[in-house]
Design a protein around this ligand. Structure first.
Ligand code: GLN
Length: 447
């Protein structure tokens, strides 16, 4: 009831596309009975959680914040969502986001932008912007978002909350509407590390419905949050020297690194000359994957079909023309271009090779250091409308976050103070694959 009231009072933030009021209250009552009857309680007993509108739930509408899915209801629940329910969590609603998770400001939603709760004239980040605001504004205790190139960490930084992108393949993608399948990761937003760790522990792990999920055992993340040795920490010279980096963010990052040194940890500068190639690689490969993934939305099988269509071809064309927003269309076209016969080798194949180099270099760094620390974003939350008309500038938002997705490694963003305008600053920590336990413990230590 508390959270439903908060959601109602903060409607202007435009966080929830659906609120499951009746069902949430029934579930809460059932849980109360379970408690009173002395039955065993789930790990997430009573946790009130919101879900980004790209994760399907049985019998519920899901839109990916797109017109093209309008009216579509899922016939099954995704694995992560089902595991939350099985551990007695209460799902309170579906959260706004950028259409098909493409964006860095939540302005690409067909259902209007979500506002940053710290300053309503600013964006919350994206694409999981509303999932971050929901936690920031106290509309639920935690949220599930997705991170293909930073969509959990960047909004977490803009909203002053904790956001993790786990190792690729750690969490099943079954029931996640695909954007770029070799990058997509379900991630978690919370205010504190312990909640985050507990939720990841529940949703992670082997799943018969997704053959790409790792069978690696899931540790009890929330139970091992101590740092009891001196760590080796690297920071990348090129990130701190990036021209676009806001001075206060640089200072906040440097002062954290100094603090670590003071605590006796080994902190060293490393070079990563390929930083400039990370974004182009990401945008070539993700648009390629998106163009094929989104070909299934043809007006036949899901949601919207253009009523004015007069034959099959016009149905495809009109449904996709009217159903997709501008950014999604831009990416489908870019992706189709880089996959076309004449350009495939020049762009797609080349980008795959560069991806391998970036991954190998990153993993190599992480064989020598426990963690890489850097700012999550070059700037704090920018004004609504500020970058809308300049896609290239918007893409630069992801400069520090995409390395983790290109490499498949886990990364977390934690709050690291505020700038002169009181806007939250984020600190990003990355580590090697499947080292989420260590990542959580170190992040907790730094918070
Ligand atoms: N901002 C990035 C993009 O638009 C990341 C999106 C994401 O992680 N889903 O592609």
């Amino acid at each position: 009831e508390h959270y439903l009231k908060q959601i109602n009072e903060q409607k202007h933030l435009n966080v929830f596309l659906d609120v499951y009021e009746t069902e949430a209250l029934i579930k809460a009552e059932n849980l109360q009975e379970k408690l009173e009857a002395g039955k065993p309680l789930g790990k997430l007993f009573g946790l009130v959680i919101g879900i980004k509108d790209v994760l399907v739930q049985k019998g519920r509408e899901v839109r990916s914040a797109s017109r093209i899915l309008e009216g579509f209801e899922s016939q099954f629940s995704g694995t992560a969502v089902q595991r939350l329910l099985d551990e007695d969590a209460i799902i309170i609603g579906a959260q706004n986001c950028d259409e098909f998770a493409m964006g860095s400001s939540n302005e690409n939603s067909a259902y209007g932008p979500t506002l940053n709760a710290t300053d309503n004239s600013r964006v919350p980040g994206g694409s999981s912007g509303a999932s971050a605001v929901a936690v920031q504004a106290g509309l639920c205790m935690a949220s599930l978002g997705t991170d293909t190139g930073g969509s959990v960490r960047q909004p977490a930084a803009f909203c002053g909350v904790v956001g993790i992108k786990p190792t690729y393949s750690r969490v099943s993608r079954y029931g996640l509407i695909a954007f770029a399948s070799s990058f997509d990761c379900i991630g978690v937003f919370s205010t504190v590390i312990e909640d985050n760790a507990l939720i990841l522990e529940v949703i992670a792990g082997h799943d018969d419905y997704d053959s790409t999920v790792s069978t690696e055992e899931v540790p009890l993340y929330a139970e091992s949050l101590q740092v009891n040795k001196k760590m080796k920490v690297a920071y990348i010279k090129e990130t701190l020297e990036n021209e676009a980096l806001q001075t206060e963010i640089k200072e906040a990052t440097v002062s954290k690194l100094e603090w670590l040194k003071g605590q006796g940890h080994q902190v060293e500068e490393v070079r990563f000359p390929h930083l400039d190639y990370v974004l182009p690689t990401y945008y070539i490969l993700t648009t390629a994957e998106a163009s094929t993934n989104l070909s299934r939305f043809d007006g036949v099988r899901y949601g919207y079909r253009a009523p004015e269509a007069y034959n099959m071809e016009s149905m495809y064309k009109l449904s996709r023309t009217n159903g997709f927003g501008e950014e999604v269309k831009r990416r489908i076209m870019l992706g189709t271009f880089v996959l076309s016969a004449s350009y495939f080798d020049a762009y797609y194949t080349k980008a795959q090779k560069v991806r391998r180099i970036i991954r190998d270099e990153t993993r190599n760094m992480l064989s020598k250091y426990d963690f890489i620390v850097m700012p999550t974003t070059p700037s704090t939350a920018f004004p609504l409308g500020g970058k809308r008309d300049n896609p290239a500038e918007m893409y630069l938002e992801d400069i520090f976050t995409v390395q983790a997705n290109v490499s498949g490694i886990p990364a977390i963003s934690i709050p690291n103070g505020t700038d002169a305008q009181n806007l939250p600053i984020g600190l990003q920590i990355m580590t090697d694959v499947f080292k989420e336990s260590e990542l959580y413990a170190f992040a907790d230590y730094l918070m």
